[in-house]
Ligand binder design. Structure first.
Ligand code: C5P
Length: 232
């Protein structure tokens, strides 16, 4: 293995930091990126994120900030102070919140990438009107993607099915991070609209979030190697 990381972000979806750290160290900081989400963060705190960063891991802090602009700006600075590689917010927080998040990272020589969630992929068309959102899912994703780009964000979290829509209609250079990835050898779990890693990269994804196909595999490192082989 050379020092080139693959575009895989491994979701450390564990309750206990010891489990997350053991898995991360088994995979190695040079091999992939890691993602810390709400459960692990709430249980293990910022000190665990700092520990991962100190060990050389590139950490995507997936806390999806959504609050008033000042609060989100301060939270983004706290993430940057931890040295994370990527952090995210909800585009539904609105233009001022997105701009405050972006502006808050201006002073950092090595700032984290800042990306936005448009619509959670758990939402269906039938959920939108109840939330006061008009139009189709795609209309809303595009509207929020354009808002995020106009606010100066680096990219978006999106479903693999939305990659081409966004690249063609918003910006071909945005950083696009896609969950819902299932390698050819893997089961789908609760993800419904999946793509294989190769399909998602061919569709234009920048990074792929992979959780259970690696972390729940009998041999996680071998599972990661198998995915690397699929996308090689
Ligand atoms: O195990 P699996 O590969 O399905 O894990 C996907 C990861 O990506 C989880 O951490 C999940 O919270 C996250 N995620 C997702 N769908 C989104 C956004 C994030 O599955 N729309």
């Amino acid at each position: 293995m050379n020092n080139m990381r693959s575009p895989l972000i491994i979701a450390l979806d564990f309750a206990q930091p010891e489990q997350a750290l053991a898995l991360a160290q088994q995979l190695g900081s040079e091999r992939c990126y890691v993602k810390v989400g709400k459960e692990l963060f709430t249980r293990s705190g910022a000190s665990f994120v700092a520990q991962l960063v100190d060990l050389g891991f590139k950490v995507f802090l997936d806390l999806k900030y959504h609050d008033i602009p000042n609060t989100v700006a301060k939270a983004c600075q706290a993430a940057a102070d931890l040295g994370v590689w990527m952090v995210n917010v909800h585009a539904l927080g609105g233009r001022d919140m997105l701009m405050a998040a972006r502006d808050s990272l201006e002073g950092y020589s090595q700032r984290p990438l800042l990306i936005a969630v448009t619509l959670l992929t758990s939402l269906g068309e039938e959920d939108l009107s109840g939330m006061g959102l008009h139009g189709t899912l795609q209309d809303n994703v595009l509207r929020l993607a354009r808002l995020s780009k106009a606010a100066g964000l680096d990219g978006l979290v999106c479903s693999p099915q939305e990659i081409q829509l966004i690249r063609q209609n918003v910006d071909e250079n945005l950083v696009l991070v896609t969950p819902g990835i299932r390698p050819a050898f893997s089961v789908k779990d609760d993800q419904k609209r999946t793509m294989t890693p190769k399909q998602a990269l061919e569709a234009g994804a920048s990074y792929l979030v992979v959780g259970r196909p690696v972390i729940a595999a009998p041999d996680p490192l071998q599972a990661l190697r198998n995915i690397e082989a699929e996308i090689a």
